[in-house]
Each structure stands twice: as C-alpha cells, then as structure tokens.
Design a binder for this molecule. Sequence first.
Ligand code: SAM
Length: 247
Amino acid sequence: AGALYVVATPIGNLDDISARAVATLKMVDLIAAEDTRHSARLLAHLGVRAPLLSLHDHNERARAEQLGERIARGERVALISDAGTPLISDPGYRLVNWLRERGLAVIPLPGACALITALSAAGLPTDRFRFEGFLPAKRGARRAALEALRRERATLAFYESPHRIEETLEDLAEAFGERRVVLARELTKRFETFLDGDALGLLARMREDPDQARGEFVVMVEGAAEQTGESGEVDGEALLAALAESG
Ligand code: SAM
C-alpha cells in the first residue's frame, strides 16, 4: 500500500544514518528531497537509485497534492531534507498534513536532529525546553522575539546560521544579560565544538578566534530563574494573577 516515509538523514557524519533508513530509501518508488542535487550525493554514497523529486518551501503547496495523489494510488514515497529530520525547520508539513487529513499512511523513521543532538550534550536542563526554530532575520523583530521569551522557564533553543551568530549573541546579551548560553557548533563533524558562557563572553571568544563563528549552530539559553523576573524586577503579570486568584 502507498505510504510516505519521513526519513531522517545525517547532520554531518554520514554513519549516523540508520540501517532502517537505508533499507527504506532502497525500497521506495520515489524520493522527495529539499535539494535534489545535495541529496543525490548522499544517495549515491548509500547506493540508492530511486528517482528524486524536489519538495521545497516554494513548491510545497503544489507538490503536496501531486505527491499525495501518487501515494493515494499506492506509491511508496520517502521524504528527506538536506540534513536531519524533515519538518523540523524544514519542508514537509503541508504534505504530511495533506496525507493525515485523508487518512493515508505516514511512517516516521527517526534519526539525527540537530536540536536533540545539541540538547543531549549541552549540560542545560532538558526536562522542559522551548524550540523557537530560526529567529527573525531583521534585528528589530529578533529583539522583540527574544524580549517576549524573557520569562520562559524552560531551556530555550534556536537554530542559527553563521552569518548572524555574532549579531544574535549581541541581542542575547541585551535580552538575557548574564544567563548561561551554550553554542553547539558543527555537530557530528570534524570541528564539533560546545562553547559555554554568557552571551558577551562568547562574543569575545568569537572575536578572538573567528573560526569559532564558522559553520552551523544550535544556540541554547538557560531558562528564567524561578522566583522573580530577570534582574530582580517584580513580575507584574504574575502578581496581578495571584491577587485575582486570592481575591
Ligand atoms: N531538519 C534539520 C534538523 O533536524 O536538525 C534542521 C534544518 S535547518 C534548515 C538547519 C539548521 O539546523 C542550521 O542552520 C543549524 O542551526 C542546525 N544544524 C543543522 N546541522 C547542524 C550541525 N551539524 N551542527 C549544528 N547545527 C546544525
């Protein structure tokens, strides 16, 4: 019967692909990939020969229906992204939703995900975390987004590109002061590095050693402390809520 297999691929180290993922990619009729040229290299390395079709942010609406109809007719399709788990800051949501709404099979194959990999080794609390994907590219919007997260108790996690990492550290310093920040860089790759410190300290290290600003990052920030807002200020909203409750 037709199905969509959502297949996680490596985020750097090619050995991180699962045996089940390889077997599935070899079995399917078609592979939908974010960037077919990029994925062709991985698939050649794995000895996979299925035809490739692109599915990216700009054609997903149309493609979701096209692929969905093929799956409805009985084809087996795999979805992969450039790295890691599809749909996690990557395309695929529309397609998966299209299939789910029609009761068609969607089968996940778990594997690498930069977010989970970073959290698993950062040394920040992981009982609760809040993943915010990519922060807005424009500075004003980015600052507003960080400001809105100041009271969040859970560990915060973001994806970031090397172009903006220094600006983001400046904005993190503004919003979170001396809170602990962990940068996970180039996970599973040759120059994998974890940097730990407050935002300004990390910025200073990056300016000293520009190599530290290269590659791909997961940015994690310690959650807000329990009792008060940041810097000891009274949490007005919480106070009003408590008064309302007691009255
Ligand atoms: N779907 C992917 C996943 O499961 O992790 C994420 C795709 S998103 C478009 C790309 C972002 O993921 C990068 O900008 C970076 O923040 C993060 N990322 C991907 N690979 C990474 C790696 N090896 N080390 C650190 N961060 C990585």
